[in-house]
Ligand binder design. Structure first.
Ligand SMILES: CCCCC/C=C/CC(=O)SCCNC(=O)CCNC(=O)[C@H](O)C(C)(C)COP(=O)(O)OP(=O)(O)OC[C@H]1O[C@@H](n2cnc3c(N)ncnc32)[C@H](O)[C@@H]1OP(=O)(O)O
Length: 394
């Protein structure tokens, strides 16, 4: 606390009337959404508004304000890098230097936008409500928002129980890639509607290219490998908020998440043998490690469906909440996680994932090869035909 206060005081001293910010979600939004440029007057007004802030905006925001102020008034960082033990000046230098060659006008606009986001009463001409989700457009099958340090990717095909069609595989990869680079601290996947996800959309198998089923199987294996690879390589904590039943690949992927919170309505089901298929999502490796080989066998080979409580007892789920309070309790917790120091969080994730990454990629490749063969089998074809002709359900 003392250090934070000191940094704040120093930031104020070298940036007399302001705090300045760089790349907070809300700032990024303003940068993307508008060609509008803040005038010198807007900038000065914002500097004055900072003095009126009733609430301490936090050390990270202050550093960002400092950096933006310096960038807007002096341009790119032109100071020698402070020594490693000069913690406060080093933090300030890092923040300013991180802005690279951001033009002065853009820095000024970001400063104005940031200040306007700090308090509703200080809202300026940006006309963006503080606290409003940053909602990414351009997704057909997902809703992606970013707020409070959390990027939330919501499966959004509720009428199809959030079954993952080809478009959704691509969109999830795109959303993950964007989330890995945005300002969020953690990334959350969840489902809209009563299901988390019913897994692979079985109609994916009906879209046969000119090269026939072999080409389809090959393309699917390539897509699956790339898709699972995005989860293996994701650099920030990945949290699943499992709002309802989960099936197939939406379950197996959970072994690659960093925490899994489930409503007591959720169930976990991998009916691969019933579908003539075999495990994917690295579950052939992660599940036996998480829950013991025999328990993994019950799920992955025999298709035993687990309740949320059972999945928690097996270690697949981190914690189960009553459905009535699920959203409130989980999001309160996640918001607290998202306030942790970003670099420490990211580095810790890397330390944890590092020694498993290569192995996971090997497993992923093997699983996809095996599945490619399975998709061409009569067992699989019959199961899919039965589902599509409504002769079978799980
Ligand atoms: C690149 C390729 C990679 C492949 C990776 C492989 C992954 C393996 C898996 O994921 S295996 C798991 C596959 N999933 C399933 O087998 C689930 C099939 N669905 C069901 O059994 C049921 O729909 C249910 C139990 C999930 C829900 O039953 P309920 O009776 O509650 O609801 P409906 O059946 O009426 O479903 C509503 C509509 O949603 C469609 N739908 C649901 N899930 C899927 C799905 N996985 N694939 C395709 N369509 C699905 C369902 O057909 C209904 O549509 P309709 O309203 O148009 O009839």
């Amino acid at each position: 606390m003392a250090m934070a206060y000191l940094a704040w005081r120093l930031a104020q001293r070298s940036c007399p009337s302001s705090l300045q910010v760089t790349s907070f979600p809300v700032v990024q939004l303003h940068m993307n959404r508008t060609a509008m440029r803040a005038s010198q007057k807007d900038f000065e007004n914002s500097m004055n508004q900072v003095k009126l802030l009733k609430k301490d905006p936090g050390n990270e925001v202050k550093l960002k304000l400092y950096a933006l102020y310096k960038q807007a008034t002096e341009g790119p960082c032109n100071m020698p890098k402070p020594g490693v033990f000069d913690l406060i000046n080093k933090a300030k230098w890092d923040a300013w230097n991180a802005l690279g060659s951001l033009p002065k006008e853009a820095a000024r606009q970001n400063y104005v936008d940031l200040v306007s986001s700090l308090s509703p009463s200080l809202e300026s001409s940006s006309q963006v409500e503080p606290g409003t989700d940053r909602k990414s457009t351009g997704f057909e099958t997902l809703v992606v928002t970013s707020e409070d340090g959390i990027t939330k990717i919501t499966f959004n095909r509720p009428k199809k129980k959030n079954a993952i069609n080809t478009e959704m595989y691509h969109e999830i990869m795109r959303a993950l890639k964007a989330a890995s680079k945005d300002d969020s601290i953690i990334t959350v996947l969840t489902g809209n509607g009563d299901y988390y996800s019913s897994g692979n959309d079985l109609t994916n198998f009906t879209d046969i290219p000119p090269g026939g089923v072999e080409e389809k199987a090959e393309n699917s294996a390539v897509l699956l490998r790339e898709f699972v690879g995005c989860f293996i390589d994701f650099p920030k904590p990945l949290i699943a908020v499992v709002n309802g039943p989960a099936v197939g690949i939406s379950v197996t992927l959970l072994g690659l998440f960093d925490a899994v919170y489930a409503s007591d309505r959720a169930t976990f089901h991998t009916p691969f043998s019933h579908l003539g298929q075999s495990p994917e999502g690295c579950s052939s490796y992660t599940f036996p490690k998480i829950m013991s080989p025999a328990k993994a066998t019950e799920m992955l080979i025999f298709g035993k469906k687990l309740t949320a409580g059972e999945a928690c007892a097996q270690g697949l789920v981190t914690e189960v909440f009553p459905d009535s309070t699920f959203q409130k309790e989980v999001w309160t917790r996640l918001k607290a996680f998202a306030k942790l120091p970003p670099n420490a969080v990211r580095i810790s994730k890397e330390v944890i994932r590092k020694r498993e990454r290569e192995k996971l990629h090997t497993v992923n490749a093997e699983e996809c090869n095996v599945l490619q063969g399975r998709w061409l089998s009569d067992e699989c074809t019959n199961a899919v035909v039965n589902f599509l002709s409504r002769k079978s359900k799980l």
